[in-house]
Design a protein around this ligand. Structure first.
Ligand code: GLU
Length: 289
């Protein structure tokens, strides 16, 4: 039997709340119960929003919960070079293009098209408009000018071409429902996803699959809000010949109004609960563990 390897992978761009506590605890507890390993990874590619202070806060919260994890902690910001070879590989397969449109240009183009057609522009499972393509907005001369100037651009995956490379049905093993189910992956719903951002040489999707493979993660346990993104992760894993972990998307912890918790509403932050006198056992009880 291979040893299960699990991870908790927060972005240190705010303090942890009860939802993070739940995710960290079930990863940790599952690893311990199955004689596996528990790793921690800082998903800090956004080096302006993720700070050393916030990371220190995350570590403090996790230690307070009673968790222990292996060292060293992997910080994505220390591994930017690791994302270049897989990106180059996708480029060599003809699957990557430079996308010059700014957020504003995308927004305006979508609004114009919606006004003209009276139909909503297609959106990804997170509600963001699919990338319209540079040529839908810019003249060929303007695209050539931006290319010649090496204007700021993201690198995007050409989803149609990427799917054409996939021979087998794309799916993943999901254990979040209490049974072991094979789920059909539908990455096309995401359109041409970003692989590298304007100022950052990677993206969430690229780094999560590269790191899950680099760290030998066998079981990805994470919130239900990332369920749909798993389709993109499976696509990248197949294109890059990376192993497929088993996935377990867990329920989200909701607030008293039934809404998903967010880092911006401080009242469920672990640090705030701690200063209100909560104990780690109170947290476990609140999240149903
Ligand atoms: N860093 C992501 C987040 O904080 C989680 C990524 C994952 O678990 O795959 O939402």
């Amino acid at each position: 039997m291979t040893v299960p390897v699990l991870r908790f992978a927060p972005s240190p761009n705010g303090r942890l709340h009860l939802g993070h506590a739940y995710s960290a605890l079930i990863n940790h507890d599952t690893a311990r119960a199955r004689g596996g390993r528990f790793l921690l990874r800082m998903e800090d590619i956004d080096t302006t929003r993720c700070t050393a202070d916030l990371e220190a806060g995350v570590l403090e919260d996790l230690a307070w919960l009673g968790l222990d994890w292996e060292h060293p902690v992997r910080r994505q910001s220390e591994h930017f070079a690791d994302y270049a070879p897989p990106l180059a590989r996708l480029e060599a397969m003809g699957l990557v293009y430079r996308a010059y449109l700014t957020r504003r240009e995308i927004r305006d183009a979508v609004a114009r098209t919606e006004a003209r057609t009276g139909r909503p522009w297609p959106r990804d499972p997170d509600g963001a408009p699919l990338y319209p393509g540079d040529s839908a907005v810019l003249t060929p001369d303007e695209i050539a000018r931006r290319a010649a100037d090496n204007a700021p651009h993201a690198l995007r995956l050409d989803m149609t071409r990427a799917l054409a490379k996939i021979a087998q049905p794309l799916d993943w093993i999901e254990e979040g429902g209490g049974t072991r189910d094979r789920i059909a992956a539908e990455p096309a719903r995401w359109g041409d996803v970003v692989l590298a951002r304007k100022e950052i040489p990677t993206s969430y999707h690229l780094s999560v699959v590269v790191d899950d493979a680099a760290q030998g993660i066998t079981h990805v346990m994470r919130g239900r809000d990332l369920y749909a993104a798993t389709a993109v992760h499976r696509l990248l894993q197949v294109l890059l010949d990376l192993p497929a972990p088993v996935y377990h998307h867990h329920a989200l912890i909701l607030d008293a109004n039934g809404r998903k918790l967010s880092k911006s509403d401080g009242d469920t932050a672990l640090a705030a609960l701690r200063s209100d006198g909560w104990t780690p056992e109170d947290v476990r009880a609140r999240v149903g563990l």
